[in-house]
Design a protein around this ligand. Structure first.
Ligand SMILES: Cc1ncc(COP(=O)(O)O)c(C=O)c1O
Length: 463
């Protein structure tokens, strides 16, 4: 390590008593303290004691190019020393915005008219929620405002994004969701299929539920349907064949917009540039974040269709201004890093690499199917999950109070692998896109060790 690359921690001062940690059981943390990560190299990160971990989640599904991509550091440095900040309000724009929009439109999986920037996935989905309102007001349809969102969806934590999300811990205590969100089922056969139900029958049942929901609410009250192509934080839920075809036909027949949240799936996670291509989606808005900058700096964006743009532009003329924008919308630092990230994806053929190594991840996970505490192994591209189960043959989950998934993740960490437990003892895998087959093998070896430890622990308390 060079002198300048020294981690910026002060010896003995990793006391985080004054940090209010996000997504953490705060009382537990007061006792145990955090794991302090100080350095990264390739797909690995290092804690303050020098212990190395494979980052099996790319942080939060985002550090696609790993933790030491110098070309991104250089792009950031160049931009910081040229124009560290400018804004995009009132007809101005920092230079890199124009270049990034051009690159992003080239990447767009379907024809899109405009790109609108924000700073996080949550903000982009909150903005989508607002745009849908603005659009229907512009068209003189003030009652067409409800959003259909799915159980176990994750769209972020701001007020509208959390409301559209379908995970109870995001609502409890916050007085969410706000009114106007209509919930439907999520397409996960393992958890929600009826006994003996085939995949095709399951898809048909969900399609009927959507039709019934629209009929009950009235199509003239429903503005949009929002979905992640593969649900991430809800449990890495891969939709069954035909699901999105049925959903899209129904939305189209009722003039309901389709908002596709590609915050995790955008820019190669599934082995194609977007989930939109994988599932042949026809979105009106696509939200992206995370891998657009390899997570090195915050940036998110919305791709907006011409149909929506035209209505929004007319409304801005009628109102006098499009009254929306963040101080940091299109921040030049974030844009410069995003431009370089997209350039690297192309020059290094990162998506080709994902297609090459993804079978190793998927085959590695499938080897655990049939393990005494694995209910389902699933995945697509470089995302996957092991759903732990007390009785796999009956798809019976563990008592959540046992914390079996959390135990597994602690054991994986002890073996040098960072993974994440999602609700229902689902262990998620979403490594950096640059991971090699050899590193995937190591990740699987450590997974096997953690599973063996977890099985032994489970056997120690159950009869
Ligand atoms: C699908 C999806 N949408 C939105 C978000 C929210 O993004 P952020 O945490 O950047 O606000 C996430 C975060 O994980 C996500 O997975």
């Amino acid at each position: 390590m060079t002198e300048t690359a020294k981690p910026m921690t002060i010896a003995g001062e990793n006391d985080s008593r004054h940090h209010l940690h996000p997504y953490t059981q705060l009382r537990e943390l007061e006792q145990e303290g955090p794991l302090v990560i100080v350095r990264g190299e390739g797909v690995q990160v290092f804690d303050e004691h020098g212990k190395a971990y494979i980052e099996g989640m790319a942080g939060l599904w985002c550090a696609s190019l790993g933790f030491s991509e110098k070309r991104l550091v250089d792009a950031a440095t160049r931009q910081m020393s040229t124009l560290p900040y400018y804004h995009s309000f009132t007809g101005k724009v920092p230079g890199p915005v124009t270049e990034l929009v051009k690159a992003m439109i080239k990447w767009s999986p379907v024809p899109m008219a405009r790109v609108l920037f924000a700073n996080s996935g949550s903000e982009s989905n909150d903005t989508a929620f607002k745009l849908v309102h603005y659009y229907n007001n512009a068209l003189g349809r003030p009652n067409k405002k409800k959003i259909i969102a799915r159980n176990k969806a994750y769209h972020g934590v701001t007020v509208a994004a959390a409301s559209m999300s379908g995970l109870s811990t995001m609502h409890q205590g916050f007085d969410l969701p706000i009114p106007g969100i209509v919930r439907v089922s999520c397409p996960h056969l393992y958890q929600f299929g009826l006994p003996g139900e085939t995949e095709a029958e399951f898809v048909e049942r969900l399609a009927q539920e959507l039709e019934d929901t629209i009929a009950r609410e009235g199509a003239d009250t429903i503005a949009a349907f929002i979905a992640e192509p593969v649900q991430g934080a809800g449990g890495v839920l891969i939709p069954p064949a035909g699901y999105f075809d049925r959903v899209q036909a129904i939305l189209k027949s009722h003039d309901i917009l389709f908002l596709v949240d590609e915050v995790i799936t955008g820019f190669g996670r599934l082995g194609q540039a977007f989930g939109t291509q994988v599932f042949d989606l026809k979105p009106d808005i696509i939200t992206v974040a995370k891998m657009v900058t390899s997570a090195y700096v915050p940036l998110s964006a919305l791709y907006v269709s011409d149909k929506i743009y035209q209505a929004v532009a007319d409304a801005s003329a009628a109102i006098g201004i499009f009254g929306h924008g963040y101080t940091y919308s299109g921040h030049p630092l974030a844009c410069a890093v995003a431009i370089e990230t997209l350039r690297i994806y192309e020059s290094d053929n990162v998506i080709g690499h994902v297609q090459k190594v993804a079978p190793s991840l998927q085959a590695g996970l499938q080897k655990f199917a049939g393990h005494p505490i694995v209910g389902e192994a699933r995945g697509l591209g470089l995302i996957g999950a092991l759903e732990l189960a007390a009785d796999p043959s009956k798809r019976l989950p563990f008592d959540p109070k046992r914390g079996v998934g959390a135990y597994f993740v602690r054991r994986a960490q002890a073996h040098g692998l960072i993974l994440r437990v999602l609700m229902g003892d689902v262990i998620a895998f979403s490594p950096p896109l640059i991971i090699t087959e050899a590193e995937i093998d190591t990740m699987m070896e450590r997974t096997a060790l953690a599973l063996a430890d977890t099985l032994a622990w489970v056997q120690s308390w159950r009869d």
